[in-house]
Design a protein around this ligand. Structure first.
Ligand code: MV4
Length: 452
């Protein structure tokens, strides 16, 4: 088993990883910028190393600083969390070169899935259903036109180095194809230093369904069903739930088997998330994430397992803790991401937390690094608290969530808590008939009502 893990992250996910390490009697090293000296993950870790000034590029993204922190602390492993360096193949490779265990998949798999064209080709070859479109990178406008004739409009031009909504261009008709193709390449070059683009049929109003998988690196793998992540605003997930409201047990089992087969064939090591668009009862692969995700707790809650502990055990060459037949969904879970932002404009609202009270009771979980007196810094992501609810069924989870939201107190800054009261009361949420465009349409309506 690993002896000392350095957490190359901050905030709630750093605390979450420390918690799992403590449960496995693994010593922990926190790294922090000078803006995070008084943060909870520093306090909860066994030891800590200051690695630089507040700017992420000079601290949490500075690979030499993190390697130095490993040398100073004698850490034998690094957990990247999510964001920052968590899908940076160079980081995984540098750690491996220094004989430090990277708690995640191989640099090869991170790189393979980080390039959205090679990810799609790989998954296609492994029998995963993908969105119809180009066969790889589009070299020139002539090729783009040929693909457009083949798949029709609307279509979407995507950056191969993009992902998470970055570098996408929706094209409604032939007249706008050339300008969209050229601007997509230009923007991709500017944003990612890589101008490669590919084209897909644009699926209108799908759901965003992602499948959680774990592989042991030796060809064994399991799936932990799906999460519905459709409730998003500008590609930022706001609320996620597991299981989804729309999949039948047969659909869940079928897509789960397809994903397990692909992950087994890849000999993938660690946790991963295979992202699909779901439209007209069909799954379409769009991306794979090679890290633990923000929304992992709802999967933990419906299966009663600890995904971070599983990561630590796989990195210690333990076999998977469970077989597919051991994994049964129990109940329903919902996660609300609470951000230090002022609604309705969603502007950042850093600052000092005067009063903080976390809700509690059966089925109520808070993953947060907040405390009364904490100063939310302006330098990093605005996520400050994940409210995760589990219930025997979706109705109980919603009721429990409404009650928990009414107990939550975060005074001193603005937060997005109020948005959940709007979501939970809406008919489309209650009946689960929402898709990826639903929340933005709802917020637009709210704005119009307020204006009139
Ligand atoms: C799409 C799509 C429709 N058709 N691809 C957005 C982020 C990245 N995961 C891929 N995304 C999309 N790709 C095709 N062929 C619509 C989106 C999309 C989206 C996807 C999931 C969740 C929210 C979204 C919001 C806008 C667009």
């Amino acid at each position: 088993m690993l002896k000392k893990v350095l957490i190359a992250n901050r905030g709630e996910i750093a605390l979450r990883i420390i918690r799992a390490c403590k449960d496995l009697k693994i010593s922990t090293v926190a790294i922090h910028s000078t803006a995070d000296t008084n943060s909870m993950h520093v306090r909860m870790a066994d030891e800590s190393v200051c690695i630089g000034p507040p700017k992420a590029g000079d601290s949490y993204l500075a690979i030499p600083n993190i390697i130095a922190a490993c040398e100073i602390s004698g850490a034998d492993a690094v957990h990247p969390g999510y964001g920052f360096l968590s899908e940076n193949p160079k980081f995984a490779q540098v750690l491996s070169d220094h004989k430090i265990t990277y708690i995640g998949p191989s640099a090869k798999h991170i790189e393979l899935m980080g390039d959205k064209v090679t990810a799609k080709k790989t998954m296609q070859n492994l029998g995963v259903p993908c969105v119809p479109g180009s066969n790889g990178v589009i070299k020139n406008f002539e090729e783009a036109s040929e693909v457009a004739v083949k798949i029709g409009f609307p279509l979407i031009v995507k950056a191969s180095a993009g992902g998470g909504g970055k570098g996408m261009k929706l094209v409604l008709n032939n007249s706008s194809l050339e300008s969209a193709f050229k601007s997509a390449k230009k923007e991709a070059e500017a944003a990612f230093g890589n101008d490669e683009v590919y084209i897909e049929k644009y699926l209108t109003n799908p759901k965003h369904i992602e499948i959680q998988i774990i592989g042991d690196g030796k060809g064994n793998a399991v799936h932990l069903a799906e999460r519905d992540c459709s409730i998003q605003r500008r590609h930022q997930k706001i609320l996620e739930e597991a299981p989804s409201t729309i999949l039948s047990n047969n659909e869940r089992s079928d897509i789960g088997k397809i994903c397990v087969n692909a992950i087994s064939k890849l000999k993938y090591s660690g946790v991963g998330t295979i992202e699909f668009l779901y439209s007209n009862n069909e799954f379409y692969f769009i991306e794979m994430n090679t890290r633990i995700q923000v929304e992992h707790p709802i999967t933990e809650e419906i299966f009663g397992i600890d995904l971070i502990k599983e990561q630590l055990k796989i990195s210690s060459n333990y076999p998977l803790s469970f077989k597919q037949e051991d994994l049964q969904i129990k109940g329903h879970a919902i996660e609300c991401r609470i951000n230090a932002e002022k609604i309705p404009e969603f502007s950042a609202s850093p600052g000092k937390i005067d009063t903080y009270h976390a809700p509690g009771g059966l089925g109520v979980r808070i993953d947060s690094a907040l405390y009364a007196g904490y100063i939310v810094p302006p330098y990093y992501d605005s996520l400050i608290c994940k409210l995760i609810i589990h219930g025997e069924n979706r109705q109980e989870a919603i009721q429990r969530l409404e009650r928990a939201l009414s107990e939550l107190i975060i005074d001193g800054i603005s937060t997005t808590t109020e948005i959940f009261n709007i979501i939970l009361k809406n008919r489309n949420f209650i009946d689960g008939s929402y898709d990826i465009s639903w929340l933005e349409n709802l917020l637009d309506e709210q704005k119009k009502v307020k204006k009139n």
